[in-house]
Design a protein around this ligand. Structure first.
Ligand code: BYC
Length: 479
């Protein structure tokens, strides 16, 4: 596949010939200082003068061609990178299947398309805001560097959506681009759009859960936007997906390292369950509670089981399914059915619904299968340690605020409970204040190269072939 080099000689690095489009260049140049102000006010707190070993894309093939080196966070070159166009690409699904993809936004789909881009764009700075304080309690400088790699890339993903808004949606797009910096995670007046992005990420266990579960929602949403008939959106998110892989790797390996360390402490000290806290570990039962929380909050991000918005997105070609082109059906689904859960009094049953309306559920199902792979890999670590414990994904109805299960109380094993039964047991299933305080108490900053906090095992390998004890962050003299 062809790859284009990214032009770093410009004020805004890009591979879209930005200098040829004066209007767009002006709009983005006027947004850039606002972005920098936001970065300083709500991006990582501190560390702005330190040298961080970061990856920067040079071409669209980041696996092969990336620049690695020390960068101060505010000097990171945020810019606009799209995958190269495929002139033969046709619409993969919906009413217009088989027709050439669109290079401009059709008038009749302007509003829903803008909405999709705004929702996507809103999550990117939100996650940076959520992670603002984490640097000060990093379990190692390897982890600190990973946090900052995620933060700068989420910042760039915001740039990606702002580019689309400015380039294709005129004045409305410019207003939306400004609004992306005005809403803030957890702000009571101007919150972020989606629920999970207003939850705090107060500690590193939450960060690893977030990068495993919530970034994985990102993977599925981006993959379905990569199917979009609106080609610039498709090409933009395809590039974002390449960066997203590393974010999920941080989550998968982060949770694995916590599980591994807990198992080591349990074996070495001959303790079980909560007693591992005496030796500064995070008991597997507590890991399970964090999984229950982050998984359920992330399931909500897929929207309602039945959604007319989702049907419109699919039929009009704006958003496809995960790996749409690899599916063996007519890709239009006009008469197709799909199984969705329904609450019938105290029972959960599965009913057939029109597939078009069930698009959110379809994507959620693919996501669930992917999450299970992570759990299976962590369970192998526990089994290898000879311990009799299994981490499980709770039932999809557990702790849900969106869709058919909103307002119902469903236990992790799928029983519908009344309020009283739920209240009596919820402390066994979700982190309590005391649990959070305990996890918080473990969060101390470890910044000596190669050293790890006691609650987490070292990673198997370093970044970009460097050893684990490499100096991933060089701190400027403090004082
Ligand atoms: N919280 O018909 P429904 C990522 C709203 S993560 C609050 O079921 P629809 C990342 C919904 O917006 C990926 N509100 O929804 C990860 C709608 O409101 P409007 C982000 C919610 O439209 C980590 C109303 O309820 N990308 O990239 O079928 C770090 C009716 O609901 C929620 C996308 O999500 C919620 N959880 O589907 C950094 C892709 N859920 O429009 C980044 C773009 C629903 O009536 N977004 N609502 O005012 C979409 O495809 C769809 O908007 C959704 C919702 C799947 C989110």
């Amino acid at each position: 596949m062809a790859v284009t080099r990214i032009d770093y000689s410009q004020q805004i690095p890009n591979n879209v010939n930005l200098s040829d489009n004066r209007r767009l260049l002006k709009a983005l140049e006027s947004w850039q200082p606002k972005f920098m102000r936001w970065w300083h006010e709500l991006g990582p707190l501190g560390f702005q003068g330190d040298d961080v070993y970061l990856r920067t894309a040079i071409t669209t093939d980041i696996k092969r061609d990336s620049a690695w080196g020390y960068v101060k966070l505010p000097d990171y070159r945020w810019g606009i990178f799209l995958l190269d166009p495929d002139p033969t690409r046709t619409i993969s699904h919906g009413e217009f299947r088989g027709q050439p993809v669109w290079q401009e936004v059709p008038g009749e789909f302007r509003n829903p398309l803008r909405r999709l881009i705004v929702v996507q764009g809103d999550t990117e700075p939100a996650s940076v805001e959520q992670q603002r304080h984490l640097g000060h309690t990093c379990p190692s400088i390897y982890d600190l560097r990973n946090l900052f790699q995620v933060n700068v890339e989420e910042g760039r993903h915001l740039w990606a959506m702002v580019y689309l808004l400015d380039a294709y949606f005129g004045r409305d797009g410019r207003d939306e681009a400004e609004a992306l910096l005005d809403r803030h995670s957890g702000d009571s007046d101007k919150p972020r759009i989606l629920g999970a992005f207003n939850e705090p990420t107060p500690d590193w266990l939450s960060f690893f859960m977030f990068t495993f579960f919530t970034d994985r929602d990102g993977k599925y949403q981006l993959a379905s936007l990569a199917e979009s008939a609106f080609d610039p959106l498709s090409r933009t998110v395809q590039f974002m997906l390449r960066e997203e892989a590393h974010h999920m790797f941080i989550g998968t390996t982060g949770i694995a390292r916590v599980a591994q360390r807990t198992c080591e402490l349990m074996r070495q000290r001959g303790v079980e369950g909560r007693d591992v806290r005496r030796f500064g570990g995070i008991e597997l039962e507590l890991l399970q509670k964090y999984i229950n929380l982050h998984y359920s909050v992330s399931l909500d991000l897929f929207g309602s089981e039945l959604s007319s918005n989702a049907a419109t997105y699919f039929s009009s070609g704006l958003k496809g399914r995960f790996q749409e082109t690899k599916r063996d059906d007519d890709h239009q689904l006009v008469n197709a059915a799909y199984a969705v859960p329904e609450l019938d009094g105290g029972r959960i049953r599965t009913v057939e619904a029109p597939a078009l309306n069930a698009m959110n559920e379809c994507l959620r199902d693919d996501y669930i299968v992917d999450c299970q792979r992570g759990l299976s890999s962590w369970n192998k670590i526990i089994a290898r340690a000879g311990l009799d414990f299994e981490l499980r994904l709770p039932h999809r109805g557990f702790n849900r605020q969106v869709g058919v299960f909103a307002g119902a109380h469903v236990s992790p094993d799928g029983q519908v409970l009344d309020e009283q039964a739920w209240s009596a047991r919820v402390h066994q299933w979700l982190p309590t204040d005391e649990d959070r305080e305990y996890v918080g108490s473990l969060m101390t900053s470890v910044t000596e190269p190669g050293k790890m906090a006691n609650w987490i095992a070292p990673p198997a390998t370093g970044i970009n072939g460097k050893p684990v004890e490499f100096e991933y962050v060089r701190f400027e003299p403090r004082g």
